[in-house]
Design a protein around this ligand. Sequence first.
Ligand code: DTR
Length: 356
Amino acid sequence: MKTRALVWLAVLSAAALLFAACGGEQKKEAKSAEGQEKAPAATIKLSYANFPPAPTFPCVQMERWKAEVEARTNGGVKVDTYPGGTLLEAKNMFRGVQEGQADIGCLCMSYQPGVFPLSIVTDLPVGFTSSTVASLTLWDLYLKYQPKEFAGVKVLTMFTSAPSNIMSKQPVRTLAELAGLELRASGTPSKVLGLLGATPVSMPMSQCPEALQKGVVQGLLSSLEVLKDFNFAEICRFETVTDFPVYPFAVVMNLDKWNSLPEEVKKVMDDLGREQAEWTGRYMDAHVRESLDWSKEKYGIEVFELSAADRAEAEAKTKGLVDEWTAQAQAGGLPAEAVLKDLAELKAKYEAQYAK
Ligand code: DTR
């Protein structure tokens, strides 16, 4: 009796499976017959790696991109996000994506000197005053020059941080007070600090909380939203607005993975490239203001502005970095002068368009 019941159960389950499978097929056919191309039949799963913790701006923009892609493909694409270096770390992000350890990765170009010889032009001291302007300038330069440093991947979007300012455990009211101060930075912003007499300690942002806690550094040079997102305001009670360089980022996809995607999915992602750059810039600029208010309210931080004389001195001392980049880029066969000219024109165009 028991055996017969089991046999029936098996027969019924097999029939149910067969029915479901046929139903699925019919559903698929019906869909394409109706021309509902938007929702691919099978869900495409993509992994997206990021190096800093979830509340920070590179991850906030990642979640926004995920939501948009999932919605615009009617759930045909599912993006699994990995913040906090859980899949790839800051320095192996680019290689990891090329090798397929993650389908998509968000990288900061300033963390890998020499790897992005053209795009890194945006982390020079060229006077960006907002992330929106710098992000759109970077994206347009990328589209125009299609630099071969990104030939091994599909670039989904680019954006930058807001201009860098000093956050410190002790007051830095003047350039003179920078002398010998150990500050965390990276890439060209580190060189800026060195030229101004500070002692730059280079490392990705993800290592900064520990370096601050352990006293390896007395502060950092970055955009001010980290006061809130990393709670740095608790330890760095003094901020100096210097408007030093921005840090450029790229979101890249493994090329084989990209080539395997259906055309309608590629279109959704291509359409998002510029939009995402602008969205991130605007989010960043607004979040810097919010973070400053929050830090004043919660920790009573003090904010200093560099004097006009100090600003002029900083500019004079660091403009050699632009010449250095120009010489290096030209030696590498890049049209450095044209890139700088375009950068200045784009910056002016977007500054006119977007009030700070
Ligand atoms: N300013 C760069 C980039 C950056 C700014 N905010 C964050 C937050 C999380 C990671 C990176 C960044 C830097 O200081 O590394």
